[in-house]
Design a protein around this ligand. Structure first.
Ligand code: DON
Length: 566
């Protein structure tokens, strides 16, 4: 008997050692170089969860699904099962695919639902209430993408998140301070309490347990899609809606479906750029910016010189003016996507560019492409040993979404309805205005800026990237691409260097603190630009394919992002 006990003990010990060895071989950091497989996400424990799935023989899609569920636990500000997003895939054989799991407006939603009798927008209704939530898409998206591409059993992929929610995750300093800052909001919106509120202050290193979320994840593990869109979880969502005058019904949940779409693609200086189609405008803006820039030579201008910032800000201004007029869910509206990306149209858009002076936004209207034929989201990037690449951007919209936790199910409801144009010309929480193209209709998807991107050179993987940041997503992704292609920057510098952003309205350039000299700022102001200093723009989590055939994962220095690989 004693011998048997000894053998069992030894076996457990060895298993433990093996686990440690696997962990030891893994590199986890903000930047990791010369690895064969890598996950870069907003939280070290989520990157780790993804890499453990790769180590078990899972492919990049398996790892992305595992990372997505882990982020729903350990990055509740934006990781989610109550929100939505987009996943872009490039298989090792060079095929592309995209799943759109963006939230949809509930069937009872209507164009003027956030207006009062005088047709004024009611403050906070589309951001802070049960009415702010779109029908969640993440769970359906993760399950469908796994069914199409996954290699490991779904239960094995989701189990680490079930455990992480039950046993707790370690709060980073940024998380502890944001939960402390938002404690009163969580208390008010969740009078019966929720996992994010505790007596006293959260500290970095505290363990945050979410037993109700763990049980909700278990139901997804055991019943798949039905474990969220039907049964107990669906009932808890509908009860939550009744409690707060929300409108999502059991039918809305049952009817939700994510959609496979053809990614958008174009070229820039010999590179192939593959990105997100509508209902995100992010991909269109990215490709418009690259198209407008191609006839110019930014690489010959000093990096962040007034000339360079002016040129790019003017292109950004024009792209965002088009977004405001034309962009929406093209399952519902006619959107001239092909025309908006036409090279001649983009040249014409820049014809009014004055190299010496800002063009006021009041003088810029949306173009006429039809005449030309031809503050929280999260992004993670994954590449596996075989070369399959995945770029996922997902969100609840605002930080912690609506702040409302579904009672009994432990997850946050999104406030994505604010991404619709609640009234023509009225700015959303990112200052973006829209038109009828993005008006609310039952079951329509709200316009997004999410921009997962995969760049290739001569048929080979070059870059996998994306970012949070609302309206600043496509401009952040765009700058990383030109930093690499036009300025030949090292990957880490390309991600970390300062950024700037113009979105037509408000008519100003937002510039990260300390990223331009006082002299450059002065010259931009003389050209007629209004400068607006901000602390951070975007958080790009990226993977770069190196010349030696290995990978470099770069997690943006802005935030607690982490690259993990082997
Ligand atoms: O889909 C969108 O464009 C927004 N809901 C994204 C929000 C966001 O990126 C917040 N991040 N900081």
């Amino acid at each position: 008997m004693n011998r048997i006990m000894a053998i069992v003990f030894l076996a457990i010990l060895l298993a433990g050692c093996r686990q440690d060895r696997v962990t030891d071989q893994m590199k986890e950091n903000r930047v990791i170089k010369d690895v064969k497989a890598v996950v870069v996400s907003a939280h070290p424990q989520a990157s780790h969860a993804g890499v453990m799935i790769l180590k078990k023989g899972g492919n990049a899609v398996d790892a992305a699904v595992a990372t997505g569920f882990a982020l729903a636990v350990c990055y509740p500000a934006a990781g989610n099962i109550g929100g939505g997003g987009f996943m872009l895939i490039r298989t090792s054989t060079g095929d592309h695919d995209l799943i759109d799991f963006r939230e949809k407006a509930p069937q009872a939603a209507s164009k003027d639902m956030y207006l009062d009798a005088g047709r004024n927008v009611v403050t906070g209704l589309s951001t802070d209430t049960h009415l702010a939530a779109g029908v969640p898409g993440s769970v359906d998206g993760m399950i469908r993408i796994h069914a199409k591409y996954g290699r490991l059993d779904f239960r094995e992929i989701i189990q680490p998140s079930v455990d992480l929610a039950a046993n707790g995750f370690i709060l980073t300093r940024e998380q502890a301070s944001s939960l402390n800052r938002l404690a009163e909001m969580f208390r008010q919106k969740n009078p019966d309490g929720c996992a994010f509120v505790k007596e006293g202050q959260w500290e970095q290193g505290d363990t945050l347990c979410q037993p109700e979320l763990s049980a909700a994840l278990e139901r997804i593990r055991d019943y798949g899609r039905e474990g969220f869109y039907a049964g107990l979880t669906a009932r808890l969502i509908v009860d939550e809606m009744k409690r707060g005058n929300g409108i999502i019904t059991a039918d809305d949940l049952e009817n939700y479906s994510s959609v496979f779409r053809k990614p958008l693609s174009s070229t820039y200086r010999g590179y192939d750029i593959v990105t997100c189609p509508p209902p995100s405008a992010g991909g269109i803006i990215l490709l418009q910016l690259l198209g407008m820039l191609e006839p110019f030579s930014p690489g010959e201008m000093k990096f962040h010189s007034p000339e360079m910032i002016h040129l790019i800000a003017e292109a950004q201004r024009r792209a965002f003016a088009d977004r405001a007029k034309y962009a929406g869910d093209d399952d519902f509206i006619e959107m001239p996507v092909r025309e908006m990306l036409n090279g001649n149209y983009l040249k014409e858009r820049m014809a009014s560019f004055d190299p010496l002076a800002a063009t006021p936004s009041s003088a810029i209207e949306a173009g006429d492409p039809v005449n030309f034929e031809s503050q929280e989201t999260t992004h993670y990037s994954v590449v596996d040993e075989e070369g399959n690449a995945v770029a996922v951007t997902t969100t609840l919209n605002g930080s912690y979404g609506s702040g409302i936790v579904v009672k009994g199910a432990g997850f946050l409801l999104n406030n994505e309805m604010d991404d619709f144009s609640v009234k023509p010309g009225f700015p959303n929480m990112y200052g973006l205005t829209g038109s009828l193209a993005n008006a609310i209709e039952p079951e329509k998807r709200m316009l997004s800026s999410m921009t997962p991107v995969i760049v290739e050179k001569e048929g080979k993987l070059f870059l996998v990237a994306g970012s949070p940041g609302g309206s600043t997503i496509p401009t952040s992704v765009f700058q990383v691409i030109i930093n690499l292609i036009d300025y030949n920057m090292d990957p880490r510098v390309a991600v970390d260097t300062g950024r700037f952003h113009h979105q037509w309205l408000p008519d100003r350039i937002s510039i990260e603190r300390n990223s331009v000299t006082a002299e450059s700022a002065g010259r931009l102001q003389k050209m007629g630009h209004v400068l607006h200093e901000v602390s951070g723009l975007g958080r790009v989590n990226a993977v770069f394919a190196l010349q030696n055939g290995l990978l470099e994962g770069v997690a943006d220095k802005r935030g607690d992002n982490s690259a993990s690989g082997y």
